[in-house]
Design a protein around this ligand. Structure first.
Ligand SMILES: NC(=O)c1ccc[n+]([C@@H]2O[C@H](COP(=O)([O-])OP(=O)(O)OC[C@H]3O[C@@H](n4cnc5c(N)ncnc54)[C@H](OP(=O)(O)O)[C@@H]3O)[C@@H](O)[C@H]2O)c1
Length: 298
């Protein structure tokens, strides 16, 4: 049995990890009430005193991208100083650390998909705080995997999928941004990958190819507009879908400027782990089915 100490209990990824643990991998979650990530000493204590753990996962973060513009101190405390404290404590105990990051470390100016070796250049406070977290983790823990994910969706929490379905209940026409592109990624697929690799990661020595930056995203790419169309094509089979109108990013000014190209290349994952996540639209259909079933059973 591999045991993962997980920071975060209620977020999208955290809940998928908890749902998918099995008799081979156990997830031990720490909620905000147990360890607040603004308290570096509490983070260190939690790692120092946890018994019988093989891995640490940071599934928590300050994820309010626009609000971060007016709360930079809090964003950096949670996204940069907290992972640094985790990395330092993990290194002291010889534990591996998996830390989750984002495509938002890039500025979107590249013509093609971003590689792990491409230079980051975040456009906003959230991106800079996540980049600082990545750098701190890699600098302080020799057995650290920093997995960048994109446009997470799941049946849990607040995400684009949930927002579209909610809006469509009251609005016949939805204006959706069509000029930002990424690899939408199912939180459940990220969790399944991490759980499937837990045993391997728990045993991998410092210096192994497993460690470092990894782009962990579903295959295929899409705009928000493509995603919206796919959502209603699957979820609203029995009723007329809303009209979905493509609009440019400039139609929805936001405090934090969004990159137009957020597509992450996933070749390193295939090379190192011999695995790829499935196409995003397949994963999306599964999540929509899961949500429909949950509604029926309520
Ligand atoms: N969502 C996306 O589209 C997306 C895209 C790219 C990368 N990511 C990255 O993926 C990871 C997982 O994201 P997610 O969507 O699962 O996040 P999420 O649903 O927003 O959940 C974030 C979690 O962090 C916890 N948290 C926030 N501040 C905390 C604090 N001060 N102390 C303790 N816990 C705190 C929250 O706890 P409470 O529930 O108590 O607030 C929540 O459980 C993050 O690293 C994020 O940066 C996400």
């Amino acid at each position: 049995m591999i045991r993962i100490l997980q920071f975060g209990a209620s977020g999208q990824l955290a809940r998928e990890m908890l749902d998918r643990q099995d008799e081979t991998v156990q997830v031990l979650p720490l909620s905000r009430a147990e360890v607040d990530l603004t308290d570096a000493d509490a983070i260190a204590r939690a790692i120092e005193t946890a018994e019988g753990i093989d891995l640490v996962l940071n599934a928590a973060a300050y994820t309010a991208v626009d609000k971060a513009e007016s709360e930079p101190e809090l964003a950096f405390a949670v996204n940069a100083r907290a992972p640094e404290a985790m990395a330092t404590a993990c290194a002291a105990r010889g534990l591996p650390l998996i830390h989750i990051s984002t495509d938002m470390v890039f500025d979107g100016e590249k013509a093609g998909p971003y590689l792990e070796t491409d230079a980051p250049n975040p456009l906003h406070v959230y991106g800079r705080s996540k980049l600082a977290g990545e750098e701190a983790v890699l600098a302080h823990c020799p057995r650290a995997l920093v997995a960048r994910v994109s446009w997470l969706f799941s049946a849990y929490g607040q995400n684009f999928l949930q927002a579209m379905l909610r809006l469509a209940d009251s609005q016949p026409v939805l204006k959706v941004v069509a000029d930002q592109r990424a690899r939408p990624t199912a939180s459940g697929d990220v969790a399944a990958f991490l759980l499937s690799q837990a045993r391997r990661l728990a045993a991998a020595p410092a210096g192994a190819a497993d460690w470092g930056l990894l782009h962990l995203v579903n295959e295929g790419e899409a705009s928000r507009y493509d995603m919206a169309k796919a959502i209603f094509a699957h979820a609203w089979k029995d009723r007329p879908p809303p009209v979905i109108e493509p609009v440019p990013t400039s139609a929805f000014p936001t405090p934090a400027k969004r990159a137009l190209n957020a597509v992450l290349d996933s070749g390193r994952m295939k090379a190192v782990f011999g695995l790829q996540l499935r196409p995003w639209d397949e994963a999306l259909e599964d999540v929509l089915d899961q949500m429909a079933q949950a509604k029926v059973s309520v």
